[in-house]
Write a protein that binds this ligand. Structure first.
Ligand code: FE2
Length: 294
């Protein structure tokens, strides 16, 4: 397992405009120079992108299209068994290509037709207030690269599989898109970093790793879980599954480089939505449960 990874590999641009991506020693692409150059080209496209302009196309390699076909097929099969209804509805409506990696721009156009959301390319990490706040404008800032082919089943970095399959499918469902929008509106109203940090942790445990009960079964509705073939196979047995609890979510340190040891489950999708709306009301009032005071 990929122990020393960071969530995003930092992107740097020198004064002469040269862009490079810095990989941790244990990143699977760390010693693959062609992959590093490819990632730097993709990062540069995002850095050069002008908001409001079309999302630039990336020239993906044959190996990357093959990776998408392989992982996409495994995920679709697992989604039927483990994904909640709202996510499955979004995936069906988004109707991503199965034979090739789509461009972020085409996925964005389809999303806009369905729920009004759109993708904007991000080179790497987006500052927390900017990322969550832009959801209020129906904008999801997404990376355009795909994980290294040597590690197809899990990526600690959010890649196209995570962004487009995970978040894209969620954003193509009206109820989930509405929740993302309300998260953005609450984030815009959050004044302190502590409140925003509590919001980001609840987002993590509810919309990246959240679970809901459906017809007596535990199903996943979180984008990270639903874009990880390996984690989908084992979360029901391996994770400590607890009831929704904003204070606990806000206080837990989450892990980005490994499977989640603790997950939170709502009694139903309605229950998840009501829980999040209650939490977002607290955020708007500036006093969410579990936010550090000071
Ligand atoms: Fe994500």
């Amino acid at each position: 397992m990929f122990k020393e990874a960071t969530l995003y590999s930092p992107v740097i641009r020198t004064e002469n405009g040269h862009v490079s991506v810095l990989f941790a020693e244990e990143h699977p692409g760390r010693h693959d120079e062609a992959y590093q150059r490819h990632r730097a080209r993709i990062a540069k496209l995002a850095l050069d992108h002008v908001p409001g302009q079309p999302v630039p196309d990336v020239r993906y390699t044959d190996e990357e299209h093959e990776l998408w076909r392989l992982v996409g097929a495994e995920l679709r099969e697992k989604h039927q068994r483990y994904a909640c209804r709202e996510f499955l509805d979004g995936a069906r409506r988004l109707d991503l290509p199965t034979d090739r990696l789509p461009q972020l721009g085409e996925a964005s156009a389809r999303l806009t037709e369905l729920t009004g959301f759109r993708f904007r390319p991000a080179a790497g990490i987006v500052e927390m207030r900017d990322f969550y706040g832009s959801l209020a404008d129906g904008l999801f800032q997404a990376t355009q690269y795909i994980r290294h082919c040597s590690m197809p089943r899990f990526s600690p970095e959010p890649d196209m599989i995570h962004e487009v399959v995970g978040h894209g499918s969620a954003l193509a469902n009206d109820r989930l898109a509405g929740i993302y929008l309300r998260v953005g509106e609450a984030a815009r109203r959050a004044e302190s970093r502590e409140v925003l940090s509590a919001l980001s942790r609840v987002f993590w445990f509810a919309l990246e790793y959240g679970l809901v009960r459906e017809d007596g079964e535990i199903r996943a509705c979180g984008a990270s879980l639903l874009s990880s073939v390996g984690e989908l196979e084992q979360f029901r047995e391996a994770a400590d599954i607890r009831p929704l609890d904003a204070a606990r979510m806000s206080a837990l340190t989450y892990r980005v480089e490994d499977y989640q040891p603790v997950l939170f489950c709502a009694d139903s999708f309605d229950d998840l939505e009501a829980f999040l709306d209650g939490f977002l009301d607290d955020v708007r009032r500036g006093a969410p449960t579990g936010a550090a005071r000071g």
